[in-house]
Write a protein that binds this ligand. Sequence first.
Ligand SMILES: Cc1cc2nc3c(=O)[nH]c(=O)nc-3n(C[C@H](O)[C@H](O)[C@H](O)COP(=O)(O)OP(=O)(O)OC[C@H]3O[C@@H](n4cnc5c(N)ncnc54)[C@H](O)[C@@H]3O)c2cc1C
Ligand code: FES
Length: 510
Amino acid sequence: MDYEICEAHDLADGAMRTVEVGGHKILLVRDGGRYHAVGATCPHAGAPLADGVLQAGVVRCPWHKAAFSLSTGKCVEPPAVDDLPRFAVRVVDGRVMLTVPEQSGLEPMAHGPSDARCMVIIGAGAAGAIAAQTLRGAGFSGRVVMVGLEEALPYDRTVLSKYALSGRKGGEKTPLQDEAFYARHRIERRTGRVVSLDTEARTITFEDGRSLGYDSALLATGGVPRPFDVPGHALSGVHLLRTPADAEAIVKTAEGARRAVVVGAGFIGLEAAASLRERGLDVTVIAPQTAPLEDRLGTEIGNVFRRVHEREGIVFQLGQQVEALEGEDGRVSRVRLKGGAVLEADLVLAGLGVTPATDLFRGARREDGGLAVDAHLKVVDGLYAAGDIAAFPLYGDGPRTRVEHWRVAEQHGRIAALNMIGQATPYDAVPVFWTIGFLKRLDYVGHAATWDDVVVDGDLEKPEFLAFYVEGGTVKALAGWGRDQQMAEAVGFMAQRQDWTVPELLQALT
Ligand SMILES: Cc1cc2nc3c(=O)[nH]c(=O)nc-3n(C[C@H](O)[C@H](O)[C@H](O)COP(=O)(O)OP(=O)(O)OC[C@H]3O[C@@H](n4cnc5c(N)ncnc54)[C@H](O)[C@@H]3O)c2cc1C
Ligand code: FES
């Protein structure tokens, strides 16, 4: 059915507007004189795309920065895993007309000519799941086998420290796809541990002795939480967090608990602390650093997090380390610090980071446990690596870097899949991640392992700011709080070039 929307000149070039027509929320966009109409809601977690930014024919989501082509509706950058519906739009006698329902549904995957090859994906997390669906999206018609340790459908791990622990509901789509999706696209899901990988014979072997040959394989085994190696770590009530089963166990302990101690002030520790506080527990965070998130964001921005969390009642014991956990009847009740102080605790959660799960391919393992890959994410002929385990050349030709973030893993999965089937595609994207505490999101674009200056634009007390991480006068990365649109723009700008100065980049950001 056709609907008349507005006068053509009502929509300025570069403008985006949400219209509701025939029960659909539609994003109407005028870009370079052409009109486009796509779904107005981001399929990742429901952000209004009209609040995002338009750059080079792509609309970028204001929240976690997924990007969609306006001309095809296709998702071109994660974390969304689905495309946008597209609607026919035309101008008749100076008026914009829309045709509803959409031109194409959410079933973009075409199967190409028959192919005898077998692609094996070891790991069914962020990188693995996206790799599997990309193989089909790119038209690969051979066999696709995706192996994971857990029986559950691939899920969004990032919600575990946020909504799964707090009991709030987030908008993120999880599981990533339903059972019918994998069946429809002939993606074979296997549960089991792969214990060896023979890159000469191109065979993997499972724990139960079965083996499977492959033409190309992707290793996407993620990270293993660092163990909390102190006396008393095996007491009940002491937890690590990586899987939904871990989150369920933490929630069970939290239900009968009053006091929680979180060990570690990295992203997972802080998110978990906020979630447990939201459940009403008294929460203390212990870490050796002088500010939370110090290693990644520096002391100044780390202290923003500290203040926000303290305002919500979280207590920090920084510059401290745990000596032992103590308890009665096998259950934790105290945390003894190296300085001698003792904290009461019914729940202890350790967020000490992860080590790359690369036991399967020790030969190519680097000192930090990662696997060195080239710009096409190739380890050796026939074997690719993606996600937390991959040490990749930053921006395609930079220093080898490992990034433990969801969106990067998904992008890796996509690029690795294209390379597995011979569509030579380098991974040269800008790393992007986010963290959430008390429903406020910090976005981070770029990568700065080191920096010599942090330049702040905005108000750290409020907080509402951009922080530029600068080395040798060049912006390596920026973090933003309450600056959704500018951070969305920054993804595009940092992709164009990596030699911005702060004044140049600030001027470019609207
Ligand atoms: C609680 C939590 C919250 C997070 N929040 C955020 C966030 O807000 N933002 C962000 O950017 N990042 C976040 N991260 C980090 C993000 O989840 C990871 O960077 C991302 O999951 C890495 O993807 P991956 O595909 O490399 O590994 P994973 O997603 O961990 O997947 C690994 C897969 O490999 C399988 N596997 C492992 N070993 C074997 C084997 N031997 N045989 C067979 N299968 C195997 C596992 O079962 C799993 O399916 C969070 C992580 C956690 C734990
Ligand atoms: S809601 Fe759009 S990327 Fe998350």
